[in-house]
Ligand binder design. Structure first.
Ligand code: NAD
Ligand code: AHE
Ligand code: ZN
Length: 369
């Protein structure tokens, strides 16, 4: 079949809207009509050539929601007409990682997914006879996609696609980092660095679990109003702090925060986040994705004196088990999504979504097919 898609033919070039050829689902695969997709900073990072795994030409996008239109042989867990979110971390429930119960990082198809291919080592997309690669197993910037069955998270069919799609990455990552990775307790103090599409969800997760102080840090002062909408109690723009930002934050949180989260992808900020943790017990969670070649550093003494540095992928959420729960939390009002969706665009306008993100003018742009 043919599908309309925004294709990344080359790094650092705008996406091009073209008609691709799409092969039908093979064994263990499903065809999904994507109804809406968010644009996450990770898409921009890959398009900008900063991802060591980035492959071109490819169809980016990993924050979508849609309807199953066809299932391949052997598919049993989803059926035609089911509403699904493609999970970039699938959940096979059979690999060592899934069975360990210690991680959400299902390993069963990670190798081929990282190469932009379906589990059998081939792509379903092509353009004028040439292979176009998949991205993160999702490629939601295409109106129709083929995904592995183990990556299809079945959601409440009454959930609107334009909001639910954000649970495919940003909402689940931010809220999940708080409840799964850090396991923030009521009364805890929290600092969130970077108040964009992910950081605001960390803030609402911290509010949900009853954190007593939620400090937001961003170099964009417009983000103060945004943070406060979701439960932030204090805002700091590092540009307005005359001395050392870490010392400022440690003083503001009575010796350092119980939990800090990097949602910027900037390795200098990751260090500040770690060092703003409380001596003896503070935990810092890296969510931001740093560009290829970057490394983190701190004095080992920071860890010797009890601070813990960890990271999270997709907020520790298990694709098929946890995405439907997060959608349900949205549907029953436990979490908010709609106010964060600042822009709705057509596929033809998708490059504008990237421009808005880079200009700091959007929280989330959603492309509606
Ligand atoms: P975004 O562009 O919406 O938000 C980033 C925010 O960080 C902006 O508000 C920006 O002003 C702020 N910022 C930038 N530099 C800063 C600095 N030096 N100090 C303080 N604030 C600063 O991006 P997003 O979609 O929220 O994504 C945030 C990061 O999380 C990206 O690196 C993205 O790739 C990553 N991410 C990781 C996961 C995961 O599973 N680990 C999932 C989704 C996104
Ligand atoms: N491919 C990059 C790393 C990119 C990365 O860390 N991705 C996150 C999700 S970001 C979503 O917006 C993730 O889940 N990583 C786990 C995984 O297995 O990819 C690189 O550095 O090579
Ligand atoms: Zn993402």
């Amino acid at each position: 079949m043919k599908t309309r898609a925004a294709v990344a033919f080359e790094a650092k070039k705008p996406l091009e809207i073209v008609e691709l050829d799409l092969e039908g689902p093979q064994e263990g695969e499903v065809l999904v009509e994507i109804m809406a997709t968010g644009i996450c900073h990770t898409d921009a990072y890959t398009l900008d050539g900063l991802d060591s795994e980035g492959k071109f030409p490819s169809v980016l996008g990993h924050e979508g929601a849609g309807i199953v239109r066809e299932v391949g042989p052997g598919v049993t867990s989803v059926a035609v007409d089911d509403h699904v979110i493609p999970a970039y971390i699938p959940e096979c429930r059979q690999c060592k990682s899934c069975l360990s119960r210690k991680t959400n990082l299902c390993t069963s198809i990670r190798d081929t997914q990282g190469q932009g291919l379906m589990p059998n080592g081939t792509s379903r997309f092509s353009y004028k006879g040439e292979t176009i690669y998949h991205y993160m197993g999702c490629s939601t910037f295409s109106n129709f996609v083929v995904i592995p069955e183990i990556a299809a998270a079945k959601i409440d069919p009454s959930a609107p696609f334009e909001s639910a799609c954000y649970c495919g990455c940003g909402v689940t990552t931010g809220v999940g980092a708080v409840i799964n990775t850090a396991d923030v307790e009521a009364g805890a103090t929290v600092i969130v660095f970077g108040l964009g599409g992910i950081g605001l969800n960390v803030i609402q997760g911290a509010r949900m679990v009853g954190a007593s102080q939620i400090v937001g840090v961003d170099i964009n002062s417009d983000r103060e109003e945004w943070g406060r909408k979701f439960g932030m109690t204090d805002f700091v723009n590092p540009k307005d702090v005359s001395g050392d930002i870490v010392a400022h934050l440690v003083a503001l949180t009575d010796g350092g925060a119980d939990y800090t989260f990097d949602c910027t992808g900037n390795t200098d900020v990751m260090r500040q986040a770690l060092e703003s943790c409380h001596r003896g017990w503070g935990e810092s969670v890296i969510i931001g994705v740093a560009e290829a070649g970057k490394e983190i550093a701190t004095r080992p003494f920071q860890l010797v004196t009890g601070r813990v540095w960890k990271g999270t992928a997709f907020g520790g959420a298990r694709g098929r088990t946890d995405i439907p729960k997060i959608v349900d939390w949205y549907m029953n009002g436990k979490i908010e999504i709609d106010p964060m969706i600042t822009h709705k665009l057509s596929l033809e306008e998708i490059n504008k979504g990237f421009d808005l993100m880079h200009a700091g003018e959007s929280i989330r742009s959603v492309v509606v097919y």
